[in-house]
Design a protein around this ligand. Structure first.
Ligand code: ADP
Ligand code: MG
Length: 363
Protein backbone atom coordinates (compact mmCIF):
# COMPACT_ATOMS: atom_id res chain seq x y z
CA UNK A 1 0.00 0.00 0.00
CA UNK A 2 1.21 3.49 -0.81
CA UNK A 3 -0.21 6.68 0.65
CA UNK A 4 0.32 10.30 -0.43
CA UNK A 5 -0.99 13.57 0.92
CA UNK A 6 -1.52 16.68 -1.20
CA UNK A 7 -2.75 20.03 0.12
CA UNK A 8 -5.40 22.47 -1.00
CA UNK A 9 -4.21 26.01 -1.69
CA UNK A 10 -4.95 29.66 -1.26
CA UNK A 11 -4.02 32.05 -4.00
CA UNK A 12 -2.59 35.21 -2.42
CA UNK A 13 -2.84 37.22 -5.64
CA UNK A 14 -2.98 36.59 -9.40
CA UNK A 15 -6.50 35.48 -10.30
CA UNK A 16 -7.38 34.23 -13.80
CA UNK A 17 -3.84 35.07 -14.86
CA UNK A 18 -2.71 31.44 -15.08
CA UNK A 19 -4.41 30.61 -18.38
CA UNK A 20 -3.14 33.93 -19.75
CA UNK A 21 0.46 32.66 -19.37
CA UNK A 22 0.87 35.11 -16.49
CA UNK A 23 1.95 35.18 -12.86
CA UNK A 24 0.34 33.74 -9.72
CA UNK A 25 1.29 33.59 -6.05
CA UNK A 26 -0.46 30.70 -4.29
CA UNK A 27 0.48 28.92 -1.07
CA UNK A 28 -0.24 25.36 0.05
CA UNK A 29 -2.61 24.86 3.01
CA UNK A 30 -2.44 22.54 6.01
CA UNK A 31 -5.70 20.94 4.85
CA UNK A 32 -5.58 18.43 2.03
CA UNK A 33 -6.37 15.00 0.61
CA UNK A 34 -4.71 11.68 1.32
CA UNK A 35 -4.81 8.93 -1.29
CA UNK A 36 -4.05 5.26 -0.66
CA UNK A 37 -3.29 2.94 -3.55
CA UNK A 38 -3.17 -0.82 -3.13
CA UNK A 39 -3.14 -3.87 -5.38
CA UNK A 40 -6.53 -5.49 -6.08
CA UNK A 41 -7.52 -8.89 -7.47
CA UNK A 42 -9.39 -7.45 -10.42
CA UNK A 43 -10.72 -4.20 -11.79
CA UNK A 44 -10.12 -0.64 -10.62
CA UNK A 45 -12.08 0.58 -7.60
CA UNK A 46 -12.15 4.13 -6.26
CA UNK A 47 -13.52 5.02 -2.85
CA UNK A 48 -13.94 8.47 -1.27
CA UNK A 49 -14.70 9.00 2.39
CA UNK A 50 -16.70 12.01 1.20
CA UNK A 51 -18.88 9.99 -1.21
CA UNK A 52 -21.48 7.35 -0.38
CA UNK A 53 -20.67 4.74 -3.01
CA UNK A 54 -17.42 3.30 -4.37
CA UNK A 55 -17.05 3.12 -8.13
CA UNK A 56 -15.58 0.06 -9.84
CA UNK A 57 -14.51 -0.25 -13.44
CA UNK A 58 -14.16 -3.90 -14.28
CA UNK A 59 -14.85 -5.63 -17.55
CA UNK A 60 -14.53 -2.63 -19.84
CA UNK A 61 -10.94 -2.03 -18.77
CA UNK A 62 -9.29 1.38 -18.93
CA UNK A 63 -9.38 1.81 -22.70
CA UNK A 64 -12.98 3.02 -22.64
CA UNK A 65 -13.76 6.02 -20.48
CA UNK A 66 -17.01 4.65 -19.14
CA UNK A 67 -19.56 7.01 -17.71
CA UNK A 68 -18.84 7.42 -13.98
CA UNK A 69 -20.07 9.92 -11.36
CA UNK A 70 -18.23 13.25 -11.77
CA UNK A 71 -16.08 12.90 -8.66
CA UNK A 72 -14.76 9.47 -9.71
CA UNK A 73 -13.38 10.87 -12.97
CA UNK A 74 -10.88 12.93 -10.90
CA UNK A 75 -9.41 9.60 -9.70
CA UNK A 76 -10.03 7.24 -12.62
CA UNK A 77 -8.84 10.01 -14.93
CA UNK A 78 -5.25 9.37 -13.86
CA UNK A 79 -5.65 5.68 -14.72
CA UNK A 80 -7.22 6.43 -18.10
CA UNK A 81 -4.38 8.80 -18.99
CA UNK A 82 -1.66 6.43 -17.80
CA UNK A 83 -3.27 3.70 -19.88
CA UNK A 84 -3.31 6.05 -22.91
CA UNK A 85 0.38 6.79 -22.24
CA UNK A 86 1.14 3.08 -22.61
CA UNK A 87 1.39 2.13 -18.93
CA UNK A 88 0.09 -1.37 -18.20
CA UNK A 89 -1.96 -0.44 -15.11
CA UNK A 90 -2.60 -3.47 -12.86
CA UNK A 91 -5.87 -3.89 -10.89
CA UNK A 92 -5.95 -1.33 -8.06
CA UNK A 93 -8.05 -0.01 -5.22
CA UNK A 94 -7.68 3.72 -4.53
CA UNK A 95 -9.13 5.31 -1.37
CA UNK A 96 -9.20 9.07 -0.80
CA UNK A 97 -10.07 11.18 2.21
CA UNK A 98 -9.99 15.00 2.21
CA UNK A 99 -10.73 17.85 4.61
CA UNK A 100 -10.72 20.53 1.90
CA UNK A 101 -14.25 21.84 1.41
CA UNK A 102 -15.33 21.28 -2.20
CA UNK A 103 -16.11 24.21 -4.44
CA UNK A 104 -14.92 26.76 -1.86
CA UNK A 105 -12.02 28.06 -3.95
CA UNK A 106 -9.42 26.18 -1.87
CA UNK A 107 -8.82 23.65 -4.63
CA UNK A 108 -10.11 20.39 -3.28
CA UNK A 109 -9.78 19.15 -6.85
CA UNK A 110 -6.01 19.75 -7.02
CA UNK A 111 -5.55 18.15 -3.58
CA UNK A 112 -7.43 15.13 -4.92
CA UNK A 113 -5.69 14.74 -8.28
CA UNK A 114 -2.21 15.49 -6.93
CA UNK A 115 -2.48 13.03 -4.02
CA UNK A 116 -3.71 10.33 -6.41
CA UNK A 117 -1.01 11.09 -9.00
CA UNK A 118 1.73 11.02 -6.35
CA UNK A 119 0.51 7.76 -4.85
CA UNK A 120 0.18 6.11 -8.27
CA UNK A 121 3.64 7.25 -9.36
CA UNK A 122 5.10 5.84 -6.17
CA UNK A 123 3.09 2.60 -6.11
CA UNK A 124 3.67 1.73 -9.75
CA UNK A 125 7.28 2.97 -9.79
CA UNK A 126 6.57 5.21 -12.78
CA UNK A 127 9.41 7.65 -12.06
CA UNK A 128 7.35 10.59 -13.29
CA UNK A 129 9.45 13.14 -11.41
CA UNK A 130 8.19 16.63 -10.47
CA UNK A 131 7.44 17.72 -14.04
CA UNK A 132 5.70 14.46 -14.93
CA UNK A 133 3.54 14.65 -11.81
CA UNK A 134 2.54 18.20 -12.67
CA UNK A 135 1.74 17.21 -16.24
CA UNK A 136 -0.34 14.19 -15.21
CA UNK A 137 -2.33 16.04 -12.55
CA UNK A 138 -3.03 18.95 -14.90
CA UNK A 139 -4.18 16.59 -17.66
CA UNK A 140 -6.48 14.75 -15.26
CA UNK A 141 -8.39 17.93 -14.55
CA UNK A 142 -8.26 19.39 -18.08
CA UNK A 143 -8.54 16.31 -20.30
CA UNK A 144 -10.14 13.57 -18.21
CA UNK A 145 -12.55 15.68 -16.11
CA UNK A 146 -12.83 18.42 -18.72
CA UNK A 147 -12.44 21.42 -16.40
CA UNK A 148 -10.82 24.34 -18.28
CA UNK A 149 -8.57 25.33 -15.35
CA UNK A 150 -5.21 26.98 -15.86
CA UNK A 151 -2.78 24.81 -13.89
CA UNK A 152 -1.98 27.03 -10.92
CA UNK A 153 -3.75 24.76 -8.44
CA UNK A 154 -1.71 21.66 -9.20
CA UNK A 155 1.53 23.64 -9.19
CA UNK A 156 0.72 25.03 -5.73
CA UNK A 157 -0.37 21.66 -4.36
CA UNK A 158 2.74 19.87 -5.65
CA UNK A 159 5.44 22.46 -5.02
CA UNK A 160 4.26 24.50 -2.00
CA UNK A 161 6.74 25.05 0.85
CA UNK A 162 6.11 25.75 4.53
CA UNK A 163 6.42 29.43 5.42
CA UNK A 164 6.47 30.41 1.76
CA UNK A 165 4.21 31.38 -1.08
CA UNK A 166 5.08 30.09 -4.54
CA UNK A 167 5.76 32.65 -7.25
CA UNK A 168 4.84 30.89 -10.50
CA UNK A 169 5.36 31.89 -14.09
CA UNK A 170 2.55 30.06 -15.84
CA UNK A 171 4.16 30.39 -19.28
CA UNK A 172 7.16 28.18 -18.56
CA UNK A 173 5.77 26.62 -15.33
CA UNK A 174 8.81 27.67 -13.33
CA UNK A 175 8.26 28.55 -9.67
CA UNK A 176 10.20 30.03 -6.78
CA UNK A 177 9.32 30.03 -3.06
CA UNK A 178 8.94 33.52 -1.61
CA UNK A 179 8.96 34.02 2.19
CA UNK A 180 5.42 34.40 3.52
CA UNK A 181 5.13 34.22 7.27
CA UNK A 182 2.57 36.76 8.53
CA UNK A 183 3.14 35.72 12.18
CA UNK A 184 6.67 37.13 12.05
CA UNK A 185 5.07 40.57 11.41
CA UNK A 186 2.37 40.17 14.07
CA UNK A 187 -0.21 39.39 11.37
CA UNK A 188 -2.47 36.48 10.48
CA UNK A 189 -3.93 35.41 7.17
CA UNK A 190 -7.63 35.13 7.88
CA UNK A 191 -9.79 33.03 5.56
CA UNK A 192 -13.55 33.49 5.37
CA UNK A 193 -15.30 30.70 3.50
CA UNK A 194 -18.51 32.46 2.47
CA UNK A 195 -20.13 29.09 1.64
CA UNK A 196 -21.97 31.00 -1.07
CA UNK A 197 -23.37 28.54 -3.57
CA UNK A 198 -21.42 28.65 -6.83
CA UNK A 199 -23.54 30.33 -9.46
CA UNK A 200 -22.86 29.31 -13.06
CA UNK A 201 -19.18 29.11 -12.17
CA UNK A 202 -18.21 26.62 -14.88
CA UNK A 203 -19.79 28.51 -17.76
CA UNK A 204 -18.63 31.91 -16.47
CA UNK A 205 -15.08 30.63 -15.99
CA UNK A 206 -15.02 29.30 -19.55
CA UNK A 207 -16.47 32.56 -20.84
CA UNK A 208 -13.72 34.58 -19.14
CA UNK A 209 -11.08 32.24 -20.51
CA UNK A 210 -12.35 32.37 -24.08
CA UNK A 211 -12.83 36.17 -23.81
CA UNK A 212 -9.18 36.57 -22.80
CA UNK A 213 -8.07 34.34 -25.66
CA UNK A 214 -10.18 36.37 -28.10
CA UNK A 215 -8.69 39.62 -26.82
CA UNK A 216 -5.14 38.26 -27.15
CA UNK A 217 -5.95 37.28 -30.75
CA UNK A 218 -7.34 40.73 -31.56
CA UNK A 219 -4.25 42.36 -30.04
CA UNK A 220 -1.92 40.05 -31.95
CA UNK A 221 -0.16 38.64 -28.89
CA UNK A 222 0.33 35.02 -27.88
CA UNK A 223 -1.39 35.61 -24.53
CA UNK A 224 -2.45 38.60 -22.44
CA UNK A 225 0.73 38.15 -20.41
CA UNK A 226 2.47 39.81 -23.37
CA UNK A 227 0.62 43.10 -22.86
CA UNK A 228 2.62 45.18 -20.37
CA UNK A 229 1.26 47.94 -18.14
CA UNK A 230 3.05 50.42 -20.43
CA UNK A 231 1.16 48.99 -23.43
CA UNK A 232 -2.17 48.85 -21.62
CA UNK A 233 -3.72 52.15 -22.74
CA UNK A 234 -2.77 51.46 -26.35
CA UNK A 235 -4.16 47.95 -26.15
CA UNK A 236 -7.45 49.15 -24.65
CA UNK A 237 -7.80 51.78 -27.36
CA UNK A 238 -7.49 49.06 -30.01
CA UNK A 239 -10.42 47.02 -28.63
CA UNK A 240 -13.93 48.18 -29.33
CA UNK A 241 -15.62 45.60 -27.12
CA UNK A 242 -16.18 47.02 -23.64
CA UNK A 243 -16.30 43.58 -22.01
CA UNK A 244 -12.97 42.51 -23.54
CA UNK A 245 -11.42 45.83 -22.49
CA UNK A 246 -12.38 45.08 -18.88
CA UNK A 247 -10.93 41.56 -19.09
CA UNK A 248 -7.65 42.87 -20.50
CA UNK A 249 -7.40 45.58 -17.85
CA UNK A 250 -7.91 43.01 -15.09
CA UNK A 251 -5.35 40.52 -16.38
CA UNK A 252 -2.64 43.09 -17.17
CA UNK A 253 -2.99 44.94 -13.86
CA UNK A 254 -3.29 41.66 -11.93
CA UNK A 255 -0.01 40.35 -13.37
CA UNK A 256 1.57 43.63 -12.29
CA UNK A 257 0.14 43.25 -8.77
CA UNK A 258 1.67 39.78 -8.46
CA UNK A 259 5.07 41.19 -9.41
CA UNK A 260 4.75 44.04 -6.93
CA UNK A 261 3.67 41.73 -4.07
CA UNK A 262 6.59 39.38 -4.81
CA UNK A 263 8.99 42.36 -4.79
CA UNK A 264 7.67 43.48 -1.38
CA UNK A 265 7.88 39.97 0.09
CA UNK A 266 11.44 39.56 -1.21
CA UNK A 267 12.30 42.84 0.55
CA UNK A 268 10.78 41.57 3.81
CA UNK A 269 7.94 44.11 3.62
CA UNK A 270 5.00 41.75 4.11
CA UNK A 271 2.71 44.31 5.86
CA UNK A 272 2.97 46.55 2.78
CA UNK A 273 1.26 44.08 0.43
CA UNK A 274 -2.24 44.94 1.73
CA UNK A 275 -3.18 47.62 -0.82
CA UNK A 276 -2.30 45.35 -3.76
CA UNK A 277 -4.57 42.63 -2.35
CA UNK A 278 -7.46 45.06 -2.00
CA UNK A 279 -6.83 46.49 -5.47
CA UNK A 280 -6.95 42.94 -6.83
CA UNK A 281 -10.38 42.52 -5.30
CA UNK A 282 -11.66 45.75 -6.86
CA UNK A 283 -10.36 44.56 -10.24
CA UNK A 284 -12.12 41.19 -9.89
CA UNK A 285 -15.33 42.93 -8.83
CA UNK A 286 -15.44 45.83 -11.29
CA UNK A 287 -13.44 44.69 -14.32
CA UNK A 288 -13.44 40.90 -14.40
CA UNK A 289 -16.83 40.69 -12.67
CA UNK A 290 -16.34 37.36 -10.93
CA UNK A 291 -17.38 38.30 -7.40
CA UNK A 292 -20.78 37.86 -5.74
CA UNK A 293 -22.41 39.90 -2.93
CA UNK A 294 -21.20 37.47 -0.24
CA UNK A 295 -17.51 37.87 -1.09
CA UNK A 296 -17.80 41.64 -1.53
CA UNK A 297 -19.48 41.84 1.89
CA UNK A 298 -16.74 39.74 3.54
CA UNK A 299 -13.99 41.89 2.01
CA UNK A 300 -15.67 45.13 3.17
CA UNK A 301 -16.15 43.73 6.69
CA UNK A 302 -12.50 42.65 6.94
CA UNK A 303 -11.24 46.04 5.75
CA UNK A 304 -13.57 47.87 8.17
CA UNK A 305 -12.25 45.66 10.98
CA UNK A 306 -8.65 46.69 10.33
CA UNK A 307 -7.40 44.28 7.66
CA UNK A 308 -4.36 45.68 5.82
CA UNK A 309 -5.76 44.16 2.64
CA UNK A 310 -8.47 41.70 1.62
CA UNK A 311 -9.63 39.93 -1.52
CA UNK A 312 -11.54 37.00 -2.88
CA UNK A 313 -9.30 34.02 -3.63
CA UNK A 314 -9.96 31.37 -6.28
CA UNK A 315 -11.88 31.31 -9.52
CA UNK A 316 -14.81 33.32 -8.21
CA UNK A 317 -18.61 33.34 -8.11
CA UNK A 318 -18.51 32.38 -4.43
CA UNK A 319 -15.85 30.71 -2.33
CA UNK A 320 -13.35 32.21 0.06
CA UNK A 321 -12.04 35.63 0.97
CA UNK A 322 -8.63 36.25 2.55
CA UNK A 323 -7.57 39.16 4.74
CA UNK A 324 -4.21 40.15 6.16
CA UNK A 325 -5.11 41.14 9.71
CA UNK A 326 -3.11 42.24 12.79
CA UNK A 327 -3.09 39.26 15.15
CA UNK A 328 -4.77 41.26 17.94
CA UNK A 329 -7.70 42.15 15.62
CA UNK A 330 -8.24 38.64 14.23
CA UNK A 331 -11.08 37.66 16.60
CA UNK A 332 -12.92 40.93 16.04
CA UNK A 333 -12.43 40.68 12.28
CA UNK A 334 -14.02 37.21 12.24
CA UNK A 335 -16.92 38.54 14.32
CA UNK A 336 -17.31 41.46 11.91
CA UNK A 337 -17.64 39.12 8.93
CA UNK A 338 -20.22 36.96 10.75
CA UNK A 339 -22.19 40.07 11.82
CA UNK A 340 -22.16 41.52 8.29
CA UNK A 341 -23.42 38.20 6.92
CA UNK A 342 -26.22 38.05 9.49
CA UNK A 343 -27.23 41.64 8.63
CA UNK A 344 -27.31 40.83 4.93
CA UNK A 345 -29.31 37.64 5.47
CA UNK A 346 -26.48 35.38 4.21
CA UNK A 347 -25.73 31.97 5.77
CA UNK A 348 -23.01 31.73 8.40
CA UNK A 349 -19.46 31.89 7.00
CA UNK A 350 -16.60 29.70 8.26
CA UNK A 351 -13.69 31.86 9.40
CA UNK A 352 -10.23 30.42 10.15
CA UNK A 353 -6.55 31.30 9.93
CA UNK A 354 -4.14 29.66 7.49
CA UNK A 355 -0.38 29.28 7.34
CA UNK A 356 1.67 28.16 4.35
CA UNK A 357 2.56 24.47 4.49
CA UNK A 358 4.53 21.98 2.43
CA UNK A 359 3.28 20.57 -0.87
CA UNK A 360 2.44 16.97 -1.86
CA UNK A 361 4.45 14.21 -0.18
CA UNK A 362 4.33 10.54 0.81
CA UNK A 363 2.30 10.18 4.01
P1 ADP B 1 -12.51 23.32 -5.76
O1 ADP B 1 -11.31 22.71 -6.40
O2 ADP B 1 -12.41 24.81 -5.69
O3 ADP B 1 -12.83 22.73 -4.44
P2 ADP B 1 -13.77 22.14 -8.05
O4 ADP B 1 -15.12 22.30 -8.63
O5 ADP B 1 -12.60 22.41 -8.90
O6 ADP B 1 -13.75 23.02 -6.71
O7 ADP B 1 -13.58 20.65 -7.52
C1 ADP B 1 -14.53 20.09 -6.66
C2 ADP B 1 -14.86 18.69 -7.12
O8 ADP B 1 -13.74 17.83 -6.90
C3 ADP B 1 -15.99 18.05 -6.33
O9 ADP B 1 -17.25 18.40 -6.87
C4 ADP B 1 -15.69 16.56 -6.53
O10 ADP B 1 -16.12 16.13 -7.81
C5 ADP B 1 -14.18 16.53 -6.54
N1 ADP B 1 -13.65 16.23 -5.20
C6 ADP B 1 -12.85 17.01 -4.43
N2 ADP B 1 -12.54 16.38 -3.26
C7 ADP B 1 -13.15 15.18 -3.29
C8 ADP B 1 -13.22 14.05 -2.40
N3 ADP B 1 -12.60 14.06 -1.21
N4 ADP B 1 -13.94 12.98 -2.78
C9 ADP B 1 -14.57 12.95 -3.97
N5 ADP B 1 -14.56 13.97 -4.84
C10 ADP B 1 -13.87 15.08 -4.53
MG1 MG C 1 -10.72 23.03 -8.38
Amino acid sequence: MTRWFAPGRINLVGEHTDYNDGFVLPMALPMGCSAEVRAADSGWTVVSRQEADPVTVEATGLADRVDVPGWASYVLGALWLLHDDGVDVPPLRIEVDSDVPTGAGLSSSAALVCSVAGALDDHLGLGLGPDGLLDLSRRVENDAVGAPTGGMDQLASLRGEAGHALFCDMRDLTSRPVPFDPASSGLVLLVADTRAPHRHSDGEYGARRSGCERAAGLLGVRALRDVTTDDLDDALARLDDEELRRYVRHVVTEDDRVLSVVRLLDEGRLPDVGPALTASHASMRDDFRITVPEVDTAVEALLDAGALGARMTGGGFGGCVIGLVPERDAGAAGDAVRAAFADAGFGEPDVFTAAAEAGARPA
